[in-house]
Ligand binder design. Sequence first.
Ligand code: ATP
Ligand code: MG
Length: 401
Amino acid sequence: MYNLNMPYRLVSPRMLKEAVEQTGVAWAAFLLRQDVGLDIGASAGLEKPGMNRLVQLLKDKDFFNWLVTSIEKDKQRTRKISEPGVSCSELTVFPLYSLQAVLLVGSNGKLAPGVAQFWKFMVHTIEDLTGDSEERTRRLQEVVTELQETQQELQARISAQRDAEMRLVQAAKLAAVGEMSAGVAHELNNPLTTVVGFTELALDSLPVDSPLYADLDLVLREAKRARSVVRRLLDFSRQSESDRNRASLNELVEDVLALTKHLMHTNQVQPAVELENDLPWVVMDRNQIKQVILNLVQNGLYAMPRGGQLTVRTFGRARYERNWVVVQVTDTGVGIPPENLPKIFEPFFTTRSTQGGTGLGLSVTYGIVTDHGGMIEVESQLDQGATFTVWLPLEHEHVAA
Ligand SMILES: Nc1ncnc2c1ncn2[C@@H]1O[C@H](COP(=O)(O)OP(=O)(O)OP(=O)(O)O)[C@@H](O)[C@H]1O
Ligand SMILES: [Mg+2]
C-alpha cells in the first residue's frame, strides 16, 4: 500500500503511529481519494480484523459518501459507530483538501480530547514536512539555475564549434543532394517532357470552349513548373562540368541587370549600380557566375514586394593574403530573421514555397561560388534588407608584401 507518490509519502505509517501513541486515540488511517473509492495510504493502531472491517466499510456507499463529503466541503465530521471489529465508539474525519485525502480517527468517548490533539499533531508534522520540502525545492532550484548556466556556457562553445563545422557540413550536404537530385531529375525529366508534349497536342486539338480545356491547361502549367524545378536540379548536379575562362565580372553584372531590368521596373525597384573600373578579369564559368548574380538579384527583388532599391557593387579587395574580386547585392527589403540565417544556404530551405520558391537558389549559388574557390557572406537586419557578398579569388596568387 505504501507508495512513492508525493501524497502517499506525506503521511507515513510511522507518523500515524507516533500520533496515535502520543494522543491516545484508538487508531488512525490516512485515506486517499482515487478514481473509484478511497485507498488506505497508511494506518496505525488497527489490528488485522479492524483493518479488514475498515476495508469493508470503505465499500459501503453511505460511509464512503460521508468521507467524501468531508473532502468536498473541506469540513471535519464526527459520527458514532457500533461496529464490533473497529474497537472504537466514534469516528472523526479530518479533510486534507489539497491532497484529496482524509485522516480518519477512531476514538472512544465523545470527542475524546486526544482527537483534537491528534489533528494538531498531524497538521504540525505535515507543515514541517511541507516547509522542509519548500526549502528543498528552493535548493533544487539553485542547483537547476547553476546547471542552466553551465549548459548555456556549453551551448555557446558548441555553437562556436558548430559554426566552424557548418561549412564542411554544407559542402557535404550539397554533394549528397547533388547526387540524389541528379538521379531523381533524370528519372523525372523524360516523363515530364512527355506529359508536357502530349498535353500541348491535346490542347491544340480541343476547342477553347471545351469544358476540358481549362483542366488540361492547368495540367500543362503545373507540368511545366515541375519541369523547371527538375531543370534546376539538373543544373545543380552538373556543377562539376564547368567551362572556365577569363571573364569580366562587370560585364556579367551588366548582362544580368539588362535581363532583369523589366522585372525591376514592374516591381518598382530602383536599380543602383556601382562597378569598379578596371576590375581585373577572373577565371570563371560565365554562365554559372551569371546564375549566381541572377539568383541574388531575384532574391532581392522578391524581398521587396512593395518596391525599394537594389544595389549591385563590384570591387577588388585583398583579404587573407589574397586578391579577390567582389560582387555585392544589397536590397532594402524584408530582411532575414536571425534564426533563418544559418539555414538559407540549405537545399530546399525556402520561406516562399507558396510563391513557387524551391529553396535551391542559394544552395546552387553557394555550390558554384565554393567551386570557384570563393566565399559567400550574408548580412541582414530585419525590415532593413540584406546584403549578399560574393568573393571570387583572383587566381591563387599571394599579395606582394
Ligand atoms: N535578399 C533576401 N532577403 C530576404 N530573404 C532572403 C533573401 N535571399 C534569400 N532569402 C531567404 O532565403 C530563402 C532561401 O533562398 P533561396 O534563393 O535558396 O530559395 P528561394 O528564393 O526561396 O527559392 P528559389 O530560389 O528556389 O526560387 C528564401 O526563401 C528567403 O527566405
Ligand atoms: Mg531564390
